[in-house]
Design a protein around this ligand. Structure first.
Ligand code: RIB
Length: 312
């Protein structure tokens, strides 16, 4: 079943933005103003950058693609990636746009609410993708979010497949579209959460049977390994016609921001290192459990040495 021969390289595409985060006791209701005793923080984030950082901290060889603004945040965001050992040479500097920002609120249960103003990220085009993927080689992994217009996403996944790459898509973004055969044909792994699974499949995902139907839908459309992340309940996925459940790890959640990014980045790193899908999912799940125990997006993404692995 697992016949992919990885080159070890991971190419990441997704938002690279600054997070302005604050912890609060309770989220405000519509029209309400609430005060918080906690200070706010300004730290690098964005789903694409978080995933790249997660893969790099697990030891992956990562290159980041996308547009970056020529402003203070843009400089800090690029430097942050570079310092994590990520190849930023293919980032396109856009002098006409501002960096994007995400306003992140985290309540006392560790749940978050995020409003994202993508800035320069919204300017990524299919032509950028063509240039960025010119150097992609057989066995490289493309790890991308759905934070792109459909034509940009289609261009990336199609090109990656033509080059003999392995394609992982994380549909965690505000603007989703339904998964169709045309798109699914080029995707090897997709990882929605329950809400996103419903958006991309049109199937309400509440019970175990619903999950199995959604996994089957994704598989029938052409995805080799459909996964659904269930938060604290772990990951349910389909491989070789079999539904498997990687149980969640019981930990105290301080902040769930970037847990999904950590999972998928760590998983991509394992696959790039030639591990099996089961091993990669187990590792990603452990990485995500570490991430939720600390405040912040990238601040909480663990390094390989912090993630306990048992040999199979
Ligand atoms: O997935 C978490 C990320 O989503 C945050 O870092 C924030 O940038 C938002 O886009």
């Amino acid at each position: 079943m697992w016949d992919f021969s990885a080159s070890g390289n991971i190419i990441c595409m997704g938002s690279i933005i600054m997070d302005i985060s604050v912890k609060c006791e309770q989220f405000p209701e519509t029209g309400e103003t609430r005060y918080t005793p906690y200070p706010y923080e300004v730290t690098p984030g964005g789903k694409g950058a978080n995933q790249a950082i997660a893969a790099a901290r697990s030891g992956g060889k990562v290159r980041m693609l996308g547009r970056i603004a020529d402003d203070l945040y843009g400089y800090e965001l690029r430097e942050n990636l570079r310092q994590a050992g990520i190849d930023t040479d293919m980032l396109i500097e856009d002098k006409n746009e501002k960096s994007g920002v995400a306003f992140v609120w985290v309540n006392e249960c560790g749940d978050n609410q995020i409003i994202c103003s993508p800035g320069v990220h919204a300017k990524n085009t299919a032509d950028d993708v063509k240039k960025g993927l010119e150097m992609m080689k057989e066995g490289d992994i493309l790890l991308m979010t759905m934070e792109f217009p459909r034509d940009v996403l289609m261009c990336a996944v199609k090109l990656a497949k033509e080059k003999g790459g392995f394609v992982i898509v994380d549909p965690s973004a505000a603007e989703h579209y339904r998964l169709d055969e045309q798109m699914a044909e080029y995707i090897d792994i997709i990882k929605p959460n329950e809400v996103e699974a419903e958006i991309i499949t049109g199937i309400k995902v509440k019970t175990r049977e619903d999950m199995e139907r959604a996994l089957e839908f994704m598989e029938e459309k052409g995805i080799s390994y459909p996964l659904i992340s269930l938060g604290q309940k772990g990951i349910i996925y389909k491989t070789g016609g079999k539904v498997c459940h990687e149980q969640g790890i019981a930990v105290e959640t301080v902040d769930s921001t970037a847990a999904g990014d950590t999972f998928i980045g760590a998983l991509a790193c394992c696959l790039a290192a030639g591990k099996t899908i089961e091993e990669a999912i187990e590792y990603g799940n452990k990485a995500a459990a570490k991430c939720v125990q600390k405040m912040g997006a990238q601040a909480s993404i663990p390094y390989a040495e912090d993630i306990e692995v048992h040999d199979r």
